[in-house]
Design a binder for this molecule. Structure first.
Ligand SMILES: Cc1cc2nc3c(=O)[nH]c(=O)nc-3n(C[C@H](O)[C@H](O)[C@H](O)COP(=O)(O)OP(=O)(O)OC[C@H]3O[C@@H](n4cnc5c(N)ncnc54)[C@H](O)[C@@H]3O)c2cc1C
Ligand code: SF4
Length: 328
């Protein structure tokens, strides 16, 4: 591992200032992804700015009934928080479906959002990879990996985004708050992660030196319930083959509000806008759910070994919507 400097930041301002002074630096949250990548030689920062002790560990109500979540809140604390469990169960369920208890005790909200893809070639420095070294190629395109993208991929990269939490945040319309050398700004969670296009080395819209300070969830839409479902190869720490976060409210048998996001299918959480358009105002029946989900997944372009993901995602989404409708 390359030698690196270390600073434990005492404030967000100090962390950002320190990063601006050392462009080769990286922020360190819980380290559960970054330290692994450093050991593999995939990441080689010359300085770590430890932000895990910053006073950003709050979970607090907003004035309008939403929720503010600090960037250093641990995944396990967030999943267990009563406001999250009662008002945003999809977020709690997504967090609990990810990693292991020990990892969730260490992993932070900000680090979870910025974890890197698990594409095997990305993590193997003996192989080319456009995401790790732009312009070197994408061996995954000709591979038989099952966990690659079926939506929104390009000839430059076919990797999937790994975070379960990010899928729930997309369906819940969260906002990501950033603090950087040019001040603060916000980015909707739905637009925070990118599709690969011809620049797969950029996972997100974050700018160099920007620190995630908090996430803000809007108030839950009136009468809406939410849930997260994930299909994976084994029940203990495995990334999603396909997953879905669904938010639904039904009144008088008709759908008043619907939000749907898929995980494990694309380079970013996939917000299912085409399905949502067909759901809103329609009768809350399995037939409606089937039609809406089919319309969304019609855009899928499976690769060699992953066509099964389309049917898997379809069944997860229809089941989730049916369950939410039955409970409303
Ligand atoms: C065996 C294993 C299984 C796993 N399974 C799952 C799973 O099923 N689902 C899932 O979603 N995840 C899974 N994970 C991933 C795990 O959730 C992430 O490693 C963790 O959430 C990352 O958080 P962290 O705080 O440790 O991030 P770190 O490793 O500290 O950082 C990750 C990245 O974020 C940057 N960063 C951290 N905080 C900030 C901030 N506030 N602002 C700007 N940049 C920041 C760092 O510079 C780094 O680039 C698994 C991990 C392991 C090791
Ligand atoms: S799919 Fe993306 S991450 Fe994987 S080898 Fe290709 S470019 Fe690299």
């Amino acid at each position: 591992m390359k030698p690196f400097g270390y600073l434990r930041a005492r404030s967000a301002e100090e962390a950002v200032r320190e990063h601006a002074a050392h462009p080769g630096a990286l922020f360190l949250g819980g380290g559960t992804n970054l330290v692994d990548l450093m050991k593999l030689g995939v990441a080689a920062p010359d300085r770590l700015i430890d932000i895990s002790g910053l006073p950003l560990d709050h979970v607090a109500d907003t004035e309008d009934g939403g929720l503010r979540i600090g960037a250093t809140v641990r995944n396990s604390a967030l999943a267990a928080h009563s406001a999250v469990r009662t008002r945003y169960p999809a977020l709690s369920q997504a967090l609990l479906s990810g990693a292991s208890g020990q990892l969730r005790n260490t992993a932070t909200t900000g680090g979870n959002l910025l974890q890197r893809t698990r594409c095997a070639y990305f993590q193997d420095t003996s192989k080319p990879c456009n995401k790790r070294e732009p312009g070197t190629g994408c061996p995954a395109l000709d591979s038989a990996q099952r966990d690659l993208a079926v939506l929104g991929h390009s000839t430059h990269c076919v990797a999937t985004h790994p975070s379960d939490m990010a899928v729930a945040l997309s369906a819940l319309d969260a906002t990501v708050h950033l603090h950087g050398p040019d001040g603060g700004r916000t980015v909707p969670a739905t637009g925070f992660h990118r599709l690969p296009g011809d620049t797969p080395d950029r996972d997100t819209e974050i700018r160099p030196g920007e620190l995630i300070t908090e996430l803000v969830l809007p108030p839950r839409p009136e009468g809406a319930a939410s849930l997260y479902r994930k299909a994976r190869d084994r029940a203990s720490f495995a990334f999603a083959l396909a997953s879905v976060a669904a938010v639904l409210s039904v009144r008088g048998g008709r759908i008043e509000y619907a939000a749907l996001a898929f995980g494990g299918l694309a380079h970013r959480p996939w917000r299912a806008r085409a399905a949502e358009d067909l759901l809103r105002g329609a009768p809350a029946t399995e037939e409606t759910f089937e039609r809406a989900v089919d319309a969304e997944l019609a855009a899928a372009r499976p690769l060699r070994e992953n066509a099964f993901k389309v049917g898997l995602a379809h069944n997860l989404a229809v089941d989730a919507l049916t369950e939410l409708a039955a409970d409303s």
